[in-house]
Design a protein around this ligand. Structure first.
Ligand SMILES: Cc1cc2nc3c(=O)[nH]c(=O)nc-3n(C[C@H](O)[C@H](O)[C@H](O)COP(=O)(O)OP(=O)(O)OC[C@H]3O[C@@H](n4cnc5c(N)ncnc54)[C@H](O)[C@@H]3O)c2cc1C
Length: 460
């Protein structure tokens, strides 16, 4: 057994763990990063990046085959042709480039990385079974960044034709028909992409609308677009198996059957807390997640936890921000995770972005003003042939301090930075209205929504 020691041992090389490791290395801390799989975690290998690659590929094909949209511009449609094995190979190329890049960044920062699964002996020791043999690693600080995995449905366990997002993003064969269980962001992003690739997609959701974590106003354009794309959506319905077919049970008691080549179960993700003797540390939990304070400290001294294993929002950028902070705290800096805003972006069609408070939540705190600007009034949106959706700004009624910004529309994911910045900087509606926004851009709608909140939109 190899004996290794370090100041910081990070278990998990996803966006939480690898960012923590890079920052630790930059600060001159002796750090070791351990991951049982390739570097980059869920995000780079089976999550954010592969899903966005597939969404882009599907949208590119769809745009070239959309006869109505092309016809309006005096163009003709191309025949639909998909060699999906090559699409997947192209996606894998991007993943490989990024994961290799993470390895290079770790090396540059002077971080040692080991490929192998870690088992925790205590809060300062782990055994890592690597290809090169067993290692006992002793550390002063342990950072748990083990992420999350797809949650299973007891009625539809994974296996055979019942797949998770991981398999959906890896299979080189396009199914003819796909049932997606769960209309959350992962189910809808993938379902929409497969629909654009020519797959017959049916979505089954237990609640009464798609993307139930967003408000109804934001999700309505997404529901309309799904219908336009031919995606069938069953709301208030639960799925199970009966006699070799999917059985849908509506909340009103109605039942129906559905045949699908593949069933994608996308009902959420659960923290990865099992299988590496974490329970031996007896850390305080918060439900299924590890409980951490505002410094990402667990209940054991010098044991830290970051990313999906610590709870919602389970997002890559939150994991990375926590990882960077923990490295700085270990280096002796005074830090706390006091972010006002963590943008939640859904790469559906149209995209949805929400930062800060939505009107309903803001109203519970006091009087508010809501400014909206629809894409149908935006020159840029019209040139992109996408006038569905809007930008919305929620502000305090008394002093106009912005409390939340949301948008639904094609390409609005790129507005998330401006939204988050406005909230973190404590912007007022007047600040956004007084900032000159370039024309013609989608960003102009932020300026107009702020003016609408002040009662004097220019283009409405
Ligand atoms: C389909 C899909 C799409 C997504 N899209 C987005 C998006 O657009 N934007 C966004 O912000 N988020 C998205 N996410 C969520 C995002 O991927 C996660 O929030 C993020 O990866 C969490 O990072 P993490 O570092 O906490 O954990 P992970 O990325 O899950 O990494 C954890 C790592 O720990 C390793 N590990 C676990 N246990 C051990 C052990 N005992 N020993 C060694 N290694 C171990 C695992 O192998 C893994 O590599 C998506 C997720 C999915 C599934």
């Amino acid at each position: 057994m190899n004996e290794l020691s370090c100041k910081v041992l990070i278990v998990g090389g996803g966006p939480g763990g690898y960012v923590c490791a890079i920052r630790a290395g930059q600060l001159g801390l002796d750090a070791i990063l351990v991951d049982g799989e390739q570097l980059g975690g869920t995000c780079l290998s089976v999550g954010c990046i592969p899903s966005k690659a597939l969404i882009h590929a599907a949208e590119t094909l769809h745009a070239q085959c959309d006869a109505a949209a092309l016809g309006a511009m005096g163009m003709a449609a191309a025949p639909r042709l998909v060699d999906f094995a090559r699409t997947i190979a192209w996606k894998d190329g991007i993943v490989s480039r990024l994961t290799t890049g993470v390895g290079a960044l770790l090396k540059k920062a002077g971080v040692r990385s080991l490929r192998g699964r870690a088992t925790l002996l205590d809060g300062k020791t782990a055994i890592v079974a690597a290809d090169t043999g067993e290692n006992r690693i002793r550390c002063e600080h342990l950072v748990i960044a083990t992420g999350s995995q797809p949650a299973a449905l007891p009625a539809l366990p994974f296996g055979g034709d019942v797949i998770s997002s991981t398999q959906a993003l890896a299979s080189p064969v396009l199914p003819k028909t796909l049932a997606v269980i769960g209309a959350g962001y992962i189910g809808l992003e993938l379902g929409t992409a497969f629909a654009k690739l020519g797959v017959e997609v049916t979505v089954i959701e237990a609640l009464d609308r798609v993307l139930p974590l967003y408000d109804a106003e934001l999700t309505a354009p997404v529901a309309r677009r799904l219908a336009e794309l031919g995606v069938k959506v069953h709301l208030n319905a639960r799925a199970g198996f009966a006699q070799g077919a999917l059985r849908l049970t509506q909340t009103d008691g109605g039942e129906s059957k559905l045949q699908a080549d593949k069933v994608l179960v996308a009902v959420g993700r659960q923290p990865r807390t099992q299988g590496f003797e974490l329970e031996g540390l007896d850390l305080v939990m918060s439900g299924a997640f590890l409980r951490v304070d505002e410094r990402c400290a667990t209940s054991m001294r010098n044991v830290w936890a970051i990313g999906d294993v610590t709870g919602e929002p389970m997002l890559a950028h939150r994991a990375s921000a926590q990882g960077e902070m923990v490295a700085e705290i270990i280096d002796g800096k005074k830090r706390a995770f006091d972010k006002i805003a963590i943008a939640a972006v859904t790469f559906t069609d149209p995209e949805v972005v929400s930062v800060g408070l939505v009107p309903e939540a803001a109203r519970r705190r006091g009087e508010i003003s809501v400014g909206m600007f629809p894409w149908r009034a935006s020159g840029r949106a019209l040139t992109l042939q996408r006038d569905d959706g809007f930008v919305r700004i929620v502000a305090r009624a008394d002093n106009h301090v912005v409390l939340g910004l949301q948008a639904v529309g094609a390409g609005v994911s790129e507005l998330s930075a401006a939204f988050a910045l406005a909230l973190e900087m404590g912007a007022r509606l007047e600040d956004i209205a007084a900032t000159v926004h370039a024309h013609p851009t989608l960003s102009e709608a932020i300026n107009e929504a702020a003016r609408a909140g002040l009662g004097h939109a220019l283009h409405l």
